[in-house]
Write a protein that binds this ligand. Structure first.
Ligand code: NAP
Length: 303
């Protein structure tokens, strides 16, 4: 039995692992995919204090190396449930089950889809949710990005250096993403902004050929594109853990800045928690807070 089991090896989970190990606790991190979480897809991080101009991949790798060096164990299995028997918590994965005295759920979020017919079928054939993963396929071609948050702005900026033409399509006139990134994007001559519009249809044969965009007046425009990068936000990955923590209407785990859930010894850290600001720096902060709270919990129950 480990002292602290952490579900999710994104910035929140791996920061929690670092803090828990430095407090002398045994730590197991479970991860369904590869370490790094969402940040691994960010081409360049520019807003993490004192770490400007580092790629998301390098940042995640450094974080992983740091946690491993401190003695955190990593197992790459998908956690599908947690049961709480008070002093012992059991985490079930698709392959095994593991016990721990405290659990930190740091599962982050997954890509939201547009929900258009054919969207799923066209993934890898014109539809992508990751510009840094798939952008190179669109070198010299025409790509579109849909969304108005930081991911969409960063994706469009990244693609503008590869693709011949980039459309940035957003349903409103103003953006959620950072003004600094938007300013850089506005300087790119090969980026066309299509605002107040939604992508309403995907036209494809074997692969995506064009998209239809509908503006607020109902006018439909067909755009020939080779690829569409969907960056319309994320949904929290908490569904498997609803038995041990309360979820709000949008599916986020209800917990304050102390990262405590209503279940003693179960904590939540990162983008899957109810919070106002979801950034790398706040994910890392949650990891530190949750691990410290878990350490205090373990010390209190062992007295
Ligand atoms: P986000 O900030 O939630 O933005 C999602 C965007 O998609 C919004 O502009 C939203 O429009 C639009 N949208 C949502 N559903 C839509 C739909 N069905 N059809 C069309 N448009 C839709 O998501 P994100 O950009 O993925 O970012 C997630 C979090 O990660 C944010 O907190 C972001 O700041 C953070 N992030 C940070 C960095 C960084 O710090 N470098 C990089 C990437 C992401 P409305 O604006 O109209 O709601």
């Amino acid at each position: 039995m480990h002292d602290i089991l952490i579900i999710g090896a994104g910035p929140a989970g791996m920061t929690a692992a670092i803090y828990a190990r430095r407090a002398g606790k045994t730590v197991l991190v479970l991860e369904a995919g590869s370490f790094g979480g969402q940040i691994i897809n960010t081409p360049e991080i520019e807003n993490y204090p004192a770490a400007a101009h580092i790629s998301g991949y390098d940042f995640a790798t450094r974080l992983y190396d740091q946690a491993v060096e401190l003695g955190a164990e990593f197992v790459f299995e998908k956690a599908v449930g947690v049961t709480d028997s008070g002093s012992e918590k059991t985490v079930v994965t698709t392959k095994n089950s593991y016990t721990a005295r405290a659990v930190i759920i740091a599962t982050g979020s997954e890509n939201r889809k547009l929900g258009l017919p054919e969207e799923d079928k066209l993934v890898g054939r014109g539809i992508s949710y990751c510009a840094t993963c798939d952008g190179a396929f669109y070198r010299g071609k025409t790509a579109a990005v849909v969304g108005g948050g930081n991911t969409a702005l960063e994706d469009a900026l990244y693609l503008s250096d590869l693709a011949e033409k980039v459309y940035l399509i957003h349903r409103r006139e103003s953006f959620r993403g950072e003004a600094a990134t938007l300013a850089k994007l506005r300087e790119k001559p090969n980026v066309t902004f299509i605002l107040g519009s939604n992508v309403t249809k995907l036209n494809a044969g074997k692969k995506l050929n064009s998209i239809e965009v509908t503006d607020s007046s109902g006018a439909v425009t067909e755009l020939a594109v080779d690829g569409l990068f969907v960056a319309v936000g994320r949904t929290p990955e908490n569904q498997n853990f609803a038995a041990v923590m309360e979820l709000d209407a949008a599916g986020y785990a209800v917990a304050g800045e102390d990262c405590k859930t209503a279940s003693a010894g179960i904590f939540v850290a990162g983008d899957n928690r109810t919070k106002a600001v979801r950034q790398l720096v706040t994910a890392a902060a949650d990891g530190a807070v949750a691990a410290t709270a878990a350490v205090h919990y373990l010390e209190a129950v062992s007295q």
